[in-house]
Design a protein around this ligand. Structure first.
Ligand code: GFB
Length: 336
């Protein structure tokens, strides 16, 4: 049985104010394990929890705790006995990394999530949030993608290994709830960006890759800057601080069976994204499209009705989030 803290929130709808009751699961001094606390997602969750007044947050680097190691994960749970778990640790990467290292993507993700979810069950963790990805949905999905479209047709090939592992993870949460009565929920974020991302242009996602490539071309006065694919695919992007707000909300307020999409509700073409970043950085050269690199799925815009029905809305517009990320890159030695 989950202990709940009840408090009130004032919400405004069409200018009329309502008082809504919130059932917050996590006590402020509860022990909260954020797996992957140094990464893009985990570090944003930690920032959000600290700002909200949570005082007992646990994290381990991959050097301190290899989550692929079953015995090490068991010993960690034996020692720490966390009350709540955010499972944000994963082997992640952009289209090239997914396509090039599928064995590592399926092995590492299956191992990490299996170890953490199973130990969370064995150690009576009160609630766990598993982070998946919008690439779990079929390649040819109707858009925007509803949660119910899961497993309705074939996956995109470039990230099939990662998607299959994430589908196994969300199903593991569902089946542990069904058989063991656990309270494990699964959130499916769209493409994310922000501080503490991977900025290695070979293995990263598209936004960090473009920031580094276009900044370098600007700094070096290069007449051209090479980017991948045709520019035609559409992608939806969400700043990771908006994601963290959603994930903490779900931990505190959501207890239904369905997975929950987390997105910004709008998308743009990769070409439009490139032009936006080019303008923000001030690069005047020519963009060259390397069409030998894959485009990936043509579109994966999420339907976010379930999440917005809980009162969440994205707050950071793409241009603002990109400007903030560019400033972070300057301050943190990414651009040098
Ligand atoms: O973020 P990304 O690598 O992966 O974006 P996905 C790929 C899109 O951006 C493709 C284009 O259409 C690429 O052709 N692109 C253009 C580039 N230039 C570049 C570049 O320099 N680097 C990169 N990386 N892309 C990921 C999955 O899919 O989505 C992950 O691979 C995860 O598993 C994530 O699910 C959410 O959006 O295609």
């Amino acid at each position: 049985m989950i202990k709940t803290n009840v408090f009130c929130r004032v919400v405004s709808l069409y200018g009329v104010f309502f008082v809504s009751i919130i059932y917050a699961v996590m006590e402020k001094d509860a022990k909260i394990y954020v797996a992957g606390h140094r990464g893009l997602v985990g570090s944003a969750i930690v920032r959000n929890l600290i700002a909200a007044g949570y005082t007992n947050i646990v994290g381990k680097t991959s050097a301190e705790l290899d989550l692929r190691n079953q015995q090490a994960v068991k010993e960690f749970f034996d020692n720490e006995q966390p009350d709540y778990v955010f499972l944000a640790a994963a082997k992640v990467g952009g289209i090239h990394a997914n396509n090039t290292y599928p064995a590592e993507f399926i092995h590492d993700n299956l191992a990490i999530q299996t170890n953490v979810i199973h130990q969370a069950y064995l150690h009576d963790v009160k609630k766990l949030v598993f982070l998946g990805s919008s690439c779990i949905y079929p390649r040819a999905c109707p858009q925007p993608i509803k949660e119910e479209y899961l497993l309705t047709s074939a996956l995109e090939k470039t990230n099939e290994a990662y998607a299959v592992a994430k589908i196994a993870g969300l199903k593991m949460c569902e089946f542990y709830n069904k058989q063991y009565g656990t309270s494990f929920i699964a959130a499916m974020p769209t493409n994310l960006y922000g501080p503490n991302d991977n900025f290695n242009v070979e293995t990263s996602h598209v936004i960090p890759a473009l920031l580094v490539k276009i900044y370098n071309a600007y700094k070096n006065n290069s007449p051209t800057c090479e980017v991948w694919g045709t520019g035609n695919p559409r992608r939806e992007f969400l700043h990771v601080d908006d994601l963290a707000r959603a994930v903490v909300l779900l931990m505190n307020e959501y207890d239904q069976e369905s997975i929950v999409n987390i997105g910004s509700g709008t998308d743009l073409t990769i070409r439009e994204l490139v032009m936006l970043i080019k303008d923000l950085i001030g690069y005047q050269g020519e963009i060259v499209w390397k069409s030998s690199q894959p485009d990936g799925t043509p579109r994966k815009l999420l339907n976010i009705d379930l999440l917005t029905s809980m009162g969440w809305q994205p707050e950071i517009a793409l241009t603002d989030g990109l400007q903030e990320t560019i400033a972070w890159c300057h301050q943190n030695g990414i651009f040098n």
